[in-house]
Each structure stands twice: as C-alpha cells, then as structure tokens.
Design a binder for this molecule. Sequence first.
Ligand code: PLP
Length: 233
Amino acid sequence: MNKITIDYFSDTNTGIPLDIRNAMLSAEVGNEVAGEDPTVSNLLDKVCKLLGKEAAIFLPSGTMCNVIAFKAHIELPGDYIILDETSHPLMTQSGLIGGLVNANVIPIKGNRGIFTAQQIKKYVEAPVLRNIPRSRLVSLEQSTNFGGGAVWSLEEIESISNMCKANNVAMHLDGARLFNAHIATKIPLKEYCKYCNYSPGLGRWLQKSGKFPSNSSLNASVTLTPCFWQVSI
Ligand SMILES: Cc1ncc(COP(=O)(O)O)c(C=O)c1O
C-alpha cells in the first residue's frame, strides 16, 4: 500500500512549516478596519484578481465566511437556505445556521454532496402562499468535503445560477477546496466563481490545500462586501 507523505485534505493535517510561521511574525501590519493593513490588502487584491471578484473581506476562519455570507442575505428570520444534506455548514459549524443566521435549511439529498437544478426547482421558485418562508440562498461546496472531493460541473452550476437569478435567490460557493477542483479540472477559478454572489477564496485554499494556518477571505462585489463588515461585528 502506498504511504501518503503529503496530505492536502485539510489544514488540520498539513501542519505549519517554520518559514510560514516566520513570515507571519515578520508581516507588516496596520489598521485593517481602515483598510490600512498592507499585508491583508495585498492578499485580498490577489484573491480578487484570481477569483474575478471586485472586493473581499479577510476572516480568520471558513466557518466565519459561511456564517457571514449567509447572514448577509437572510432578510427575515426563518428564510430558507438550500444546501446539500452533507454540506459542511449543515453537518458541522455548531448549528450556527440556526443559532446565528436565524435561517431554516432545506437539506437536499445529493450525490456525494452534489445536487441538480431539477432537485431544487420547487424550493427556488417563489412560494404561492404568503405564509411560506422565502428561499434566499443556495449554497454549493466546491469540491465537496463529506462527499469525498466530488467536483461540481460548470454546467450544473450554471443551470442552478440561471434558476436562482430568475427567482432573485443568491448563490454562495463554499470554496474551502476550490483550488483542488481547479487542479483536477484545469477550469479557471474565475469560471467557478462567476455564477456565485459570494465566493470564499484564496485564503480558504491556502488553508485546506496548502500549509497555511487559519485564514479565509470572502469575495463579492463592492456593494455586497460592506454588508459583510456590518454583519461580522
Ligand atoms: C467545506 C468546508 N467549509 C467550511 C469549513 C470551515 O472552515 P474552518 O475550519 O476554517 O472554520 C471546512 C472545514 O473543514 C470545510 O471543509
């Protein structure tokens, strides 16, 4: 049996090499709230270019990315978030969708974490009764964690996105392992992200597919990103 010598499944497996610890120690820092931390600003610029997004917020963890993105789009307590029944925010993250986001979830039975537009059609389309909660967000995970690294096809993402747009429902991409998908398919990161309003980016990859400790970024448009700041406080 082949012994695994480098395990990029998670930051919890890769450890943090000394050169990265040293780089963190000597990083130039500043007032990030005022946009004056050069290290964070540089990182976010790079992430935005890679993902084709206008703006981003730096966050210490992926859980925060997901919770803040969800929170930014839920308008009324009880609004629906649609996601796979094995998705990370649902299976783990300490029940924060209920606890902090105040949203209901519609868990979809996908195949290794991947569902189809057809499966969610009836939930995305506007409800016919006034007392039915509204669907606000569809969340995808690229590649899937508990699905064992399955990769969403662009075609499926696009058809879900078209349906969401037609019904004014937002899309979130949990990109903890986005670079793994990119490396497997060679499809540019921007292509995966262009259908989604929110896309956790480079930091997430550095975390899971590289050897970097806690760091994440949530990328979106210049109009949405200030909203992340508001709900992150
Ligand atoms: C798909 C996915 N999303 C989110 C997270 C949460 O990231 P963090 O551990 O940085 O909070 C993880 C962590 O394993 C994950 O696999």
